[in-house]
Structures are given as C-alpha cells and as structure tokens.
Design a protein around this ligand. Structure first.
Ligand SMILES: C[S@@+](CC[C@H](N)C(=O)[O-])C[C@H]1O[C@@H](n2cnc3c(N)ncnc32)[C@H](O)[C@@H]1O
Ligand SMILES: Nc1nc2[nH]cc(C(=O)O)c2c(=O)[nH]1
Ligand code: SF4
Ligand SMILES: [Mg+2]
Length: 239
C-alpha cells in the first residue's frame, strides 16, 4: 500500500480567499517543487505527522509521517460538519495519483501552485474547489519564467471552473510585485476562474504597499471580480 509524507492533519476554518471562515479539515503533504521567497510552511521531512484530534485543543497525537489513504480517511472521519477538506502542503499535486484515490467524507478543496499540468490532469475529476496560486516572475529569477507560466495556464485550463468545480486564483502580493505582470497573467486565465484574490504577503520584509494593491484591484475589477484578502488565520492564531 502506498504511503505519502504528511506533516499535519487538523480541523479549523479556511483562513484565505473567498471561502474564509468555512469549516475544513486540513491535510498537509510534505515536499514542494518550488521554493517561494515568502513561503510560510516548513518544507523539510518531519519526524511525525501531527494530528490534532480535538479542534483547537493544541494537543497533537504523533502519527507516522508516512500515511496511506485509509489512515487519512479515518482521521478525517473523526471531524464533524466539514464544508470541505483542504489538501495543501508543500505541493499536494506532487501526490496526484494518491489524491485521486482518496475517498473523503466531504468535498475536496485543493491548494496548489499550479505548475504541474500533467498532475493536474490526474486529479481534475476528484477536486471540487481549486485555490490556484499564480507565482510571479520574481520567484523564478535565473530560470525560464515563460515555461513556468505556460504550465500555469495549462493547469488553469485543466482545473477551470465548471458547474461542478469552483476554481479561483490567489496571487501573493509583495513590494516586488509588478502590477503589469498581474494584469497580463489574469487576462490569460480570466475565462477559467470565478475571481481573483490578491493576498498581501504576511510576515515578510517585502510588505505590500497599500496604494499599489488598491490600484491593482481597481484595474483588475474592470474585467474580473477581485478581492483583497489577507491570511486571516494568522490574525487570531488559528492553525
Ligand atoms: C503554503 S502554500 C501550499 C499550497 C501550494 N504550494 C501553493 O503555494 O499554493 C498555501 C498558501 O499559502 C500562501 N502563502 C505562503 N506564504 C505566505 C506568506 N508569507 N504570505 C501570504 N501568503 C502566503 C501561498 O501562496 C498559498 O496560497
Ligand atoms: N486556517 C488555515 N487556512 C489556510 N488556508 C490555506 C492554508 C495553507 O497552509 O495552505 C491554511 C492553513 O494552514 N490554515
Ligand atoms: S509553492 Fe507553496 S509550499 Fe511551495 S514554496 Fe511556494 S508557497 Fe511554499
Ligand atoms: Mg498556510
């Protein structure tokens, strides 16, 4: 039976984007194909998977750091009244076949960096919500951004919003963000998404300029619903 590295399983509320406040279980897969300058999540292999059985208790059971699908399904069945299950990381699409095979008791909400189109194709009929990040050129200095962004466009085409799936895009905005880059990229994916979320970077030396992000929102609003929503779980210390 295949086992995957998972660092955390807990129940909380979604802290980012248009579904902020809905009750979710979170499964955090380990490992990522990128190394974003602002990343708030440790990317190294942990000794345990921390399972918070009682939501908000701060008490964690130590599970094996390598879990099979039924381990994850059993843990999540202990949580009540879930809107959805957030699969995050790290980069969950690195484990696409495993995600496709999960049988979860609530809709699947995928948090992804949208850079792995072949993996996106594997999960496309198994996910109900797609929080698709767009990573901007400044995160790819010294490598081929054109190739990365083509992969991102392919991911949005594959995981696009349909009658059965909501796909939206999240863009972390820092003081290095060039508004023209965001305008160009959103134009390319506009038909595939329900809205754009501008997410001001949290706890980072390159804090977002408020006037710049408000002006970017104004321009994006001419063609797409665009919201500015910071990471709310960090405000009240929720996991
Ligand atoms: C840790 S990532 C995991 C999922 C996937 N790898 C991705 O990047 O979308 C989850 C979300 O946190 C966001 N994020 C990470 N560090 C952040 C920070 N310092 N400020 C704001 N958002 C951040 C990412 O952009 C992404 O939307
Ligand atoms: N409450 C809460 N909301 C979140 N939204 C995205 C998260 C993530 O790390 O992917 C996250 C998280 O870790 N906690
Ligand atoms: S893609 Fe996501 S998990 Fe990976 S480094 Fe960037 S923010 Fe962190
Ligand atoms: Mg997070």
């Amino acid at each position: 039976m295949e086992r995957k590295p998972v660092s955390e399983i807990f129940c909380a509320v979604q802290g980012e984007g248009p579904y902020v406040g809905v009750r979710q279980a979170f499964v955090r897969f380990v490992g990522c194909n990128l190394d974003c300058s602002y990343c708030d999540t440790p990317l190294d292999e942990p000794d345990y998977c921390l399972f918070e059985k009682v939501p908000g208790s701060g008490e964690f059971e130590k599970l094996s750091p390598l879990l099979c699908t039924s381990d994850i399904e059993d843990s999540i069945r202990s949580f009540a009244n879930l809107h959805s299950v957030s699969l995050t990381g790290g980069e969950p699409l690195l484990h696409a076949e495993f995600i496709r095979d999960l049988d979860l008791p609530a809709p699947v909400y995928l948090e992804t960096n949208m850079t792995l189109p072949e993996k996106a194709a594997i999960v496309k009929d198994s996910v109900d919500y797609v929080a698709g990040d767009v990573k901007l050129p400044e995160e790819f200095e010294g490598s081929n951004f054109d190739e990365h962004i083509e992969h991102t466009y392919q991911c949005f085409r594959t995981l696009r919003s349909t009658q059965h799936r909501d796909c939206f895009c999240k863009i972390v905005v820092t003081s290095s963000t060039k508004p023209a880059d965001v305008m160009d990229i959103v134009e390319q994916i506009s038909d595939y998404i329900s809205c754009v979320i501008l997410q001001p970077v949290t706890q980072h030396k390159k804090a977002t300029n408020i006037q710049t992000i408000l002006s970017l929102q104004e321009n994006l609003l001419k063609s797409k619903n665009t919201l500015i929503i910071p990471q709310t779980h960090k405000l009240w210390g929720c996991l």
